[in-house]
Ligand binder design. Structure first.
Ligand code: KIV
Length: 263
């Protein structure tokens, strides 16, 4: 089994689409590792696992626990750690935090949100050998709603310029979130690094979604999410049956009981 490297990801530009999903814990990480090129320990953990309203509430120590749990059980995929809100406010703070994160979790790279505003930070991190994934379009850490981006010329120009600046600064891939199709296409055709879309059409070099959204564990139903399964129904069924069995004294049955065998 060959470990996927950043070099591998870079060579996928314009080729076979890059598959990415988020993971926050052991079991999911093990499953994703068999299928995905990139696993993102996303700050979406705030909403999926802690019921927070936005990603802004997520703390770096919480993220590091999840980063460690995921990375420990991944052998093949590239694991990217999402830097939480306010952990990269200037290049020195960003470097200090990124170094600590990569040392503690052993993740392969970090992701941070923003365009031109974070260019100096990204340049500095890359110079210090920290692999960085960029993120443009809708930026959950800086946005109060989940509105589509790139609907007018001003926004389109800004987002395209952001993506070009990120690529010039040395990111190895760029997440494009929630933008109109032709903007995603233009970005993908312009930047030399792979683009990973979420709500950004098929005109990207790869796709990412939040794992909870595709397996029916969340109540998030935007247009760009496809639900492949409903895990909640299975859990509900098992829990209901277990409670019925306990009440009727059907569980534990003989096969679940330890008996002392007389010799
Ligand atoms: O935190 C996250 O899950 C993300 C992806 C949706 C790109 O940033």
């Amino acid at each position: 089994m060959q470990k996927i490297t950043i070099k591998n990801i870079l060579t996928r530009k314009g080729k076979e689409p890059i598959t990415c999903l988020t993971a926050y814990s052991k079991v999911t990480a093990e499953i994703l590792d068999r299928h995905c090129d990139i696993i993102l320990v996303g700050d979406s953990v705030g909403m999926t696992m802690y019921g927070m309203k936005t990603t802004k509430e997520v703390k770096i120590d919480t993220m590091m626990l999840h980063g460690k749990a995921v990375k420990k059980f991944v052998k093949r995929s590239l694991v990217v750690f999402d830097m939480p809100y306010k952990t990269y406010t200037n290049k020195f703070i960003a470097y200090k935090n990124a170094k600590k994160v990569l040392k503690t979790t052993r993740c392969d790279a970090i992701k941070l949100e923003g365009g031109k505003k974070v260019i100096n930070i990204i340049r500095y991190l890359v110079k210090k050998n920290i692999p960085v994934m960029g993120h443009v379009g809708l930026l959950p850490q800086y946005s109060n709603n989940f509105k589509l981006k790139g609907k007018n010329l001003f926004q389109r120009k800004k987002i395209l310029e952001d993506a070009i600046s990120l690529s010039d600064a040395g990111v190895f891939a760029i997440v494009i979130e929630c933008v109109v199709e032709n903007l995603a296409k233009e970005i993908t055709n312009t930047v030399p690094v792979p683009t990973i879309g979420i709500g950004a059409s098929k005109y990207c070099d790869g796709q990412i979604l939040v794992i909870d959204d595709i397996i029916g564990l969340s109540n998030f139903h935007p247009r760009f999410v496809k639900k492949y399964f409903n895990v909640k129904i299975g859990i509900e069924k098992a829990v209901k049956k277990y409670c019925e069995d306990v009440k009727k004294r059907k569980f534990p049955s003989l096969q679940h009981v330890y008996k002392l065998h007389k010799r």
